[in-house]
Write a protein that binds this ligand. Structure first.
Ligand code: 5AD
Ligand code: SF4
Length: 458
């Protein structure tokens, strides 16, 4: 058996892709290792969404080159692979700056990895492989999903399932439409089959993934119609043994009435929605080409709350977008106060090469961005803490996923996506159990396991 080490940066879709790449390497006798030192193949699955994420790649690569040289002196070769969105966007640059990288492969070409590894040069142990650089960053006509292994070999308690990739929205700050390409949806039956396999392999929860997941419009062979996300959710909810269903990441424009209604009708659809707004200023939303304003967003949230009053809402924010004034930023803070978030992610604007906003004249000073980020994060943390505080004393069903870093505790998620720690044995991992919440921290809850007979565990 050869060993493969994989590191995923960035979004959940990269984690999903990494799992699928590993599965595609199993027939070539590769086994996953947690130790990079012993790896015959190292894959870095990269993220290009912000500059920091991309910079990190080059510092990691420097260290890996040293490791590769050390291993070579001991007579072992190491195939160094860069995958993901940096590979897609900066393939040539990687080859120039890090010529010791053997394979550069874009997110739409992963299924060709086994083929590349089966070429004679990679098979021959004596070959000096640092001279064999392969760059595969095309957007192939065939879908990678048709060529990745059909069977999901293993799964987590909470499993990711990519149903849609790419984006046609072209927000002016975002690299996704360039790195992941045009919006494309997988056929319904492929998704249902994969979900069934995940559940029969032990998944209790499935998180449907897509850069613009609610733009989903896959073909249903049954009636040759195109299905939206709502219809797909109803279908997946029928799978026996599936306890929880979520989807991410959504765009406010694609929150149709049918999808909103589904939140009140589908039991296994959890009361949590990640719906990025990015800014609370309509002027900035326009410059971002978001194609929605704050009213549109608020309307969606109000509709959702009228159908599912306890729904936890999450978002992404960017501060310091080119041209953002103090007044715009104040409007963002006011909007956050108006909506009330259960949690949220916020980032400093990072100019991405090739995106329209990168060349905008009025870039915001880093110091101003820092100050705004701190202020926004303090407000969002406060809201998250308040949301968590409200749950103290309640009994909630927790899906336990793994051991906690605290002694004798295991951890899982509440229906609202909160991290929950409780004293319990590892046997409960993979199960949903009721927990009484005793304590709320800003980013997690601590609770006491309840006897199995204590009511609702859905
Ligand atoms: N700068 C900062 N944040 C960004 N995001 C996307 N592009 C950029 C950028 N250029 C953030 C958005 C998006 C999340 C995944 O990353 O908030 O929703
Ligand atoms: Fe990027 Fe999301 Fe905008 Fe698409 S909708 S361009 S993925 S931020």
């Amino acid at each position: 058996m050869k060993k493969v080490f994989i590191k995923s940066y960035g979004c959940q879709m990269n984690h999903y892709d990494s799992e699928r790449m590993l599965e595609s390497l199993t027939p070539l006798a590769f086994q996953q290792t947690e130790s990079v030192e012993e790896a015959d193949m190292v894959i870095l699955n990269t993220c290009h969404i912000r500059e920091k994420a991309a910079d990190k790649l080059f510092s990691d690569l420097g260290r890996l080159n040293q490791l590769k040289n050390r291993r070579q002196q001991q007579g072992h070769k190491t195939v160094l692979t860069v995958a993901g969105c940096v590979a897609q966007a900066e393939g040539e640059e990687i080859q120039k700056r890090a010529p010791y990288v053997d394979i550069v492969i874009g997110p739409q070409a992963y299924h060709r990895l086994p083929q590349i590894l089966e070429t004679p040069a990679y098979q021959n142990a004596d070959e000096k492989i640092s001279t064999l650089g392969v760059v595969d960053t095309e957007f192939p006509i065939e879908s990678k999903f048709d060529h990745l292994p059909k069977n999901r070999s293993k799964t987590n308690v909470s499993a990711f399932l990519t149903i849609q990739e790419g984006c046609d929205k072209f927000c002016t700050f975002c690299v996704v439409p360039y790195t992941r390409g045009a919006e494309s949806s997988r056929p319904v039956s492929d998704i249902v089959k994969e979900a069934q396999q995940l559940v029969s392999n032990g998944a209790q929860e499935i998180i449907l993934l897509g850069q613009n997941v609610n733009a989903y419009h896959g073909i249903a062979e049954k009636n040759a119609e195109s299905w939206g996300l709502a219809r797909l959710l109803y279908e997946l909810a029928e799978i026996d043994g599936l306890r929880r269903l979520r989807y991410t990441t959504s765009h406010p424009l694609d929150m149709g009435d049918d999808l909103i209604k589904a939140h009140g009708k589908i039991d296994v659809l959890m009361p949590y929605l990640h719906l990025p707004v990015q800014s609370g200023s309509n002027r900035i939303l326009k410059l971002m080409n978001r194609r929605h304003n704050t009213n549109d967003y608020e309307r969606v949230i109000n509709q959702l709350r009228s159908i599912r009053p306890d729904i936890a809402v999450s978002s992404d924010f960017i501060v310091g977008f080119p041209g953002e004034t103090d007044q715009d930023f104040k409007e963002t803070l006011a909007f956050v106060n108006k909506i009330g978030y259960a949690q949220a992610f916020s980032f400093k604007y990072s100019a991405r090469p090739g995106t329209p906003a990168a060349t905008h004249d009025h870039q915001v000073d880093e110091i101003v961005k820092d100050r705004r980020l701190q202020e926004l994060q303090a407000l969002l943390d406060q809201q998250q803490h308040d949301f968590n505080q409200k749950i103290v004393g309640q009994i909630i069903p927790v899906l336990f996923e793994k051991t906690s870093r605290y002694d004798h505790q295991i951890q899982g998620r509440s229906p609202y996506m909160q991290l929950v720690h409780a004293i319990a044995t590892n046997e409960l991992i993979g199960h949903i159990r009721n927990v009484r919440v005793d304590l709320a921290h800003p980013h997690s809850l601590v609770g006491t396991l309840q006897p199995v007979s204590s009511g609702y565990t859905g």
